[in-house]
Ligand binder design. Structure first.
Ligand code: HCB
Length: 216
C-alpha cells in the first residue's frame, strides 16, 4: 500500500472504530519501515480529530467516540514497543511525573507523551487519569522529579493544570520542578497565564520541550 493510502486507511479505521483494522494497519506501518510517530500523527490522529469534530457537531455520538478511542489505543499498543526500541537511549535526562488533570479521563495523548519521553531517556511516572492535585505533589516529592506534565482535554479540566502549579507553590517545591502542560484545548497563552514553563503541542514537541526545560 502507498504511504498516503496507508494513512487514509488508518484514519478510516479510527473513524469507523475498528480496533482490529487499526492494529493491523499499525503492523503494516512497522513492516513498511515507517516511523511510528509519523504513522500516529499522519494516519491515526487525523481520524480521531475527525471524530472529535463530528462529535461536537452532533453527527457522531458517545458510543462512536468510545470506539474511536479504543481503536486509537489498539493502534498505539502495536506501535509502542517500536517507539521504545527506536528511541532507546541509555542516559537518563530527568524524572517526569505525568498526569491527566483531575476530572479528566482522556489518556491517549498523555500516554503517548509518556512513551515518547521514556523512549527519549526520561524516567516516567505516569499517574494515569483523573489525578488529584495532592497525588501529583506527593509523587514529585517521592521520586524527586524535575519535570511535571499535566494533560487536559476538556475546557473544564484545564483549571486543574493551574491547581497543580498552585499546589507545587504551596508545597514549597515549585522552584525544583518544571511544569509543562498540554492537551487539545491548551494554548501557549494558557500555559503562560497559569505560570507553566511550557506547552507541548504534541508528543514530539513535548519531548523537545522536556529536554530544553531540564537542560538535556
Ligand atoms: Co472526549 N472530548 N469526552 N473522549 N474526546 C474531546 C476532548 C472533545 C474536544 C470532543 C468535542 O466535543 N469536539 C470534547 C471536549 C470539549 C471541551 O471541553 N471543550 C470531549 C468531550 C465533551 C468528552 C465527554 C464529556 C463526552 C461525554 O461524556 N458526553 C467525556 C469526558 C470524560 C472526562 O474526561 N471526564 C469524553 C470521553 C471521551 C472518551 C472516553 C470516549 C475518549 C477518550 C478515550 C481515552 O483517552 N482512553 C474520548 C476521545 C477519544 C476524545 C477525542 C475524540 C480524541 C482525544 C485524543 O485521544 N486525541 C477528543 C477530540 C480531540 O481532541 N480531537 C474528544 C489524540 C491524542 C493523540 O491527542 O491532544 O490528547 P491529545 O494529546 C496530544 C497533545 O495534546 C499533547 O501530546 C499528545 C500526543 O501528541 N499533550 C501533551 C497531551 N497532553 C500533554 C501533556 C504534556 O505535558 C505535554 C503535551
Amino acid at each position: 500500500m502507498q504511504r498516503e493510502d496507508l494513512f487514509e486507511a488508518m484514519a478510516r479505521s479510527i473513524i469507523e472504530g475498528e480496533a482490529d483494522a487499526a492494529a493491523d494497519l499499525a503492523r503494516q506501518a512497522i513492516e513498511a519501515g515507517l516511523d511510528p510517530l509519523e504513522a500516529i500523527d499522519h494516519g491515526f490522529v487525523p481520524g480521531i480529530d475527525h471524530v472529535g469534530r463530528e462529535f461536537s457537531l452532533e453527527n457522531m455520538f458517545l458510543p462512536e467516540l468510545v470506539l474511536a478511542g479504543e481503536a486509537m489505543k489498539a493502534a498505539i499498543a502495536v506501535l509502542e514497543p517500536e517507539m521504545q526500541r527506536t528511541g532507546a537511549e541509555r542516559e537518563i535526562h530527568g524524572t517526569v511525573v505525568l498526569a491527566a488533570a483531575h476530572g479528566d479521563i482522556h489518556d491517549i495523548g498523555k500516554s503517548l507523551v509518556g512513551t515518547m519521553l521514556s523512549a527519549s531517556g526520561f524516567r516516567v511516572f505516569d499517574l494515569g487519569v483523573d489525578v488529584p492535585v495532592e497525588a501529583v505533589v506527593e509523587k514529585v516529592r517521592e521520586v524527586n522529579a524535575n519535570l511535571v506534565g499535566v494533560s487536559a482535554l476538556l475546557t473544564t479540566t484545564m483549571f486543574g493544570q493551574r491547581e497543580v502549579i498552585e499546589a507545587l507553590i504551596a508545597a514549597g517545591i515549585r522552584d525544583r520542578v518544571k511544569v509543562m502542560v498540554g492537551g487539545a484545548p491548551v494554548t501557549p497563552e494558557w500555559a503562560a497565564e497559569i505560570g507553566a514553563d511550557g506547552f507541548g503541542e504534541d508528543a514530539a514537541r513535548a519531548v523537545s520541550l522536556a529536554r530544553e526545560l531540564v537542560g538535556a
